[in-house]
Design a protein around this ligand. Structure first.
Ligand code: NAP
Length: 458
């Protein structure tokens, strides 16, 4: 590769790293995306003068046109609440692209060093798993009926492990046989890797999807990194390694937030339960907006717990307006963010940042959980699973063991939601039936708006 191309690939890789660094805070995140995007554009452009790319320009342009066009259109049109599905889909495309690169290189049956051949098959294996697994994750997040419910059957874990072992063994066989492997073996290897991605994801329950998505994100990064070595493309190696390590860290953080060891994601019926769910006692008691406004306006401390419903309602601006009303009255207001609130990591932080809520009143679960017992009012707006006490008390609950925000420990809890809709995990929430809890029914934005006017008229 000539020095000119190498310098530009290196510059692209530096831009990826700067972009990723900036994405670590909601303040700079948008800028980070632009830096990384410029890096990607540079890497793509410079590939046209790569010495190995000396034909097929029409095909490449067609691919860029179709892929870029589709991405542009879907990116423009996707609702903020559907972002996780889109991330799952794009993750899958990255893994699939890495596996396709490996397939092309392996089909050529040209001699490669053992190390490079090992990298090619490793990238193929991981990329194919990320591809098919992400498609199933997409289906689950999209709420496709046949996929939403975990599919489980007898000896499933053993069969899954068996399929993986055979696929990995075939990968090793292909890598160590030089050019002496048949096309059928190659085909079977890819088929098994793809099947494993599907089989691994099918038994996983909805509430556990954040860990799975970030795991596939890490897989895709690794696969791309491996194929970067095969193609001797430094920008791909670095981008893959950066995505792979960021994805691995995110997976660890998500698993910690869900209180599940990562090994469970791979080979167990994650979130599996066999017994009956605990019966709910008590009844749901409604409250009207003027009473809720009085309760909060005359409190000393209010903690707001936002969830997915706040994103659906796009209520963040009104919630911030209400917060300012309360602050003007001398009420201490804090926001409590659960690590898996919403539908993607950092979802609530991004929305609150967009509305202008200052960071120093936004707290993570670990920082604020002890404070709930000293709160006069907790306002839960569009959150459900992340405040469900069943995670603490019901060993048969699919979310048992997940740390939750201790909203139920507060003196009073007001829950804003539209009706009797369940959370993402589809289970009953015991908090809504508790003596200290009142339900304020309505769309998040409309309710927050009403609360603002009621507070103003006090
Ligand atoms: P949740 O459990 O999904 O509950 C959201 C609640 O919002 C629902 O009960 C719904 O009740 C209400 N709602 C919906 N639209 C509303 C509107 N317009 N106005 C007011 N309320 C509305 O949300 P969560 O507590 O944030 O928990 C997140 C869940 O998603 C967890 O189970 C998590 O594991 C999962 N998940 C998270 C991620 C991630 O990375 N953060 C990714 C994938 C999955 P009504 O229908 O009655 O209004």
């Amino acid at each position: 590769m000539n020095l000119f191309v190498e310098i530009f690939y290196f510059a692209a890789a530096v831009l990826f790293i700067i972009g990723l660094k900036q994405m670590s805070s909601p303040v700079n995140a948008r800028r980070g995306i632009i830096w990384a995007g410029v890096g990607m554009a540079l890497a793509t452009l410079i590939t046209f003068v790569h010495p190995h790319v000396n034909s097929n320009y029409i095909l490449i342009l067609l691919g860029i046109g179709i892929g870029g066009g589709l991405a542009w259109k879907t990116g423009k049109e996707v609702a903020m609440t559907d972002m996780p599905q889109m991330i799952a889909l794009y993750n899958g495309m990255g893994g699939g692209a890495a596996a396709a690169i490996a397939a092309v290189e392996l089909i050529k049956q040209e001699p490669m060093s053992l190390t490079i051949q090992l990298m090619a098959v490793s990238g193929a294996l991981i990329g194919a798993i990320a591809f098919s697994g992400s498609l199933i994750a997409y289906g689950k997040l999209q709420g496709i009926k046949q996929l939403r419910k975990p599919t489980r059957f007898k000896h499933q874990q053993r069969i899954n492990a068996g399929v993986f072992i055979v696929a990995a063994w075939m990968a090793l066989g292909i890598a160590t046989s030089g050019t002496d492997y048949g096309m059928f073996t190659l085909f079977l290897f890819f088929a098994l890797a793809l099947a494993f991605g599907v089989m691994m994801t099918l038994p996983i329950g909805g509430a556990d999807m954040p860990v799975v998505i970030s795991l596939y994100n890490a897989f895709t990064g690794l696969a791309v990194g491996f194929e970067g070595f095969v193609l001797e493309t430094p920008a791909m190696m670095i981008a893959g390694i950066v995505v792979g390590s960021a994805g691995t860290l995110l997976t660890q953080l998500m698993a910690k937030a869900m209180n599940r060891p990562i090994s469970n994601v791979l080979f167990s019926n994650f979130g599996d339960t066999t017994g009956e769910a605990q019966a709910v006692s008590g009844s749901m008691k409604a409250i009207e907006s003027p009473d809720a406004a009085i309760m909060m306006a005359f409190a000393e401390k209010v903690i707001i717990v936002p969830g997915y419903g706040m994103a659906v309602a796009q209520a963040q601006h009104k919630v911030w307006e209400m917060t300012k009303q309360l602050q003007e009255r001398g009420v201490t207001v804090k926001f409590a963010i659960h690590p898996v609130a919403g539908r993607m990591p950092g979802h609530m932080n991004v929305l609150l940042a967009e509305a202008g809520v200052p960071y120093d009143i936004i707290y993570d679960l670990d920082e604020i959980n002890e404070e709930f017992k000293t709160a006069d009012v907790v306002l839960v707006i569009g959150a459900n699973d992340v405040v469900n006490p069943a995670a603490r008390t019901d060993p048969n609950s699919p979310i048992y063991g997940m740390p939750i925000l201790n909203a139920d420990y507060a003196r009073n809890v007001i829950v804003v939601k539209r009706g009797q809709g369940a959370g993402f995990s589809g289970i009953e929430n015991h908090l809504f039936f508790a003596d200290n809890c009142r339900m304020l029914y309505g769309d998040g934005q409309a309710v927050a708006n009403e609360l603002v006017s009621d507070m103003k008229s006090l």
